[in-house]
Design a protein around this ligand. Structure first.
Ligand code: EPU
Length: 307
């Protein structure tokens, strides 16, 4: 796709190129999201360390360009037309360290949740097992208050450090953060570090819980094709989960182009064969309409659609 890049943007991109870290201009977001759909972002920047990250944020915000922080891109769908945002991804080794200290696990923002679970297990620390199999990073999990098996990450957070849109570092204790179901008030911050408060537990017990959660996921959720996990949040006040509501509408197996409502878990739309973002989004709209018609319940997307 050709793009008219103004002089101002060119100056910004050239300043970002001068920082340490890696800048990819016109980054194809299908490569950086688990759904494997979507057009290019204006650029994708992977800072090498905190200083680059802060400098980049100051430059980007100072030029009134929107930022999008991504982890594994497991809960976002970028439209086919792409996005004028600059994407920040904390994939360098600096942001991917994790260490145990007493009952705490100190994690860089880019660390994958599975790595956290196994690090906790090696240190006989329990409480984070429910995170196993969530295909994201800890930073993304914090911003969206990710959860599974009746627990959410907010249950085990002690504090976080983040960079705000002015490029300043903030440290927030658990009580200073507002968490809701699959949401927080941290959406405008880049989470660079998280301390989790865990409890001493035998490795054997941790391992057995991890294995049972993995088995449950593999048996109930669709991992055969790219997806963004559950598309919709479970509706508040409904005895039925989003998956059950969609299932009871008879929508499993519904196809739109390359997009497919999983016949294993109805709240999964999978990219079965070279789907377009528009097909995923349109299939989600069909689901919303059908569930509203049948149950008078308005489903809300858990996945964020990015323009
Ligand atoms: N169900 C159906 N049909 C379906 C899918 C589910 O009848 O097609 C029924 C199940 O049999 C079960 C109930 O719905 O009785 C709930 O299903 P499940 O246990 O799979 O949990 P869920 O509420 O659909 C939530 C999270 C998942 C998380 C699982 C496991 C949300 C929106 N989803 O799913 O998270 O992995 O619990 O704890 O909160 C995600 O966030 O992307 C995600 C997949």
């Amino acid at each position: 796709m050709s793009r008219l890049v103004s002089k101002k943007i060119n100056v910004l991109l050239s300043a970002l190129t001068d920082l340490d870290g890696k800048l990819i201009i016109n980054a194809p977001m299908s490569r950086y999201t688990t759904m494997r759909v979507g057009g290019p972002a204006l650029a994708l920047y992977q800072p090498k360390c905190l200083t680059d990250l802060r400098d980049a944020i100051k430059l980007i915000s100072g030029n009134n360009i929107s930022l999008l922080a991504i982890g594994r891109g497991s809960n976002i769908i970028v439209k086919d037309s792409g996005t004028e945002k600059i994407v920040i991804k904390l994939s360098s080794p600096f942001f991917n360290k994790v260490k145990a200290s007493d009952n705490y696990l100190i994690c860089g923002g880019g660390v994958f949740l599975n790595k956290i679970c196994y690090m906790a297990e090696r240190n006989s620390l329990g409480g984070s097992e429910f995170l196993i199999g969530i295909p994201g990073t800890i930073a993304g999990a914090i911003v969206q208050n990710a959860g599974a098996h009746g627990s959410s990450i907010s249950d085990i957070v002690r504090d976080i450090s983040c960079v705000n849109l002015k490029g300043n570092i903030e440290t927030l204790k658990r009580d200073e953060i507002s968490f809701g179901y699959r949401e927080s008030n941290l959406a405008k911050k880049i989470i660079v570090g998280v301390t989790l408060a865990l409890k001493t537990k035998s490795r054997k017990k941790i391992n057995s819980l991890l294995s049972s959660y993995v088995r449950e996921r593999l048996s109930q959720q669709d991992y055969a094709f790219p997806s963004a996990g559950c598309i919709f949040k479970n509706p508040k006040g409904s005895a039925l989960s989003a998956g059950e509501l969609i299932d009871r509408c008879g929508l499993k197996g519904e196809i739109l182009g390359g997009a497919y409502i999983s016949d294993k878990h109805a709240n999964f739309i999978v990219n079965r064969s070279k789907a377009k973002a528009s097909e995923i989004i349109d299939l989600a709209s069909i689901i919303r309409i059908r569930v509203k018609e049948k149950f008078n319940i308005t489903l809300e997307e858990e996945v964020k659609i990015i323009n």
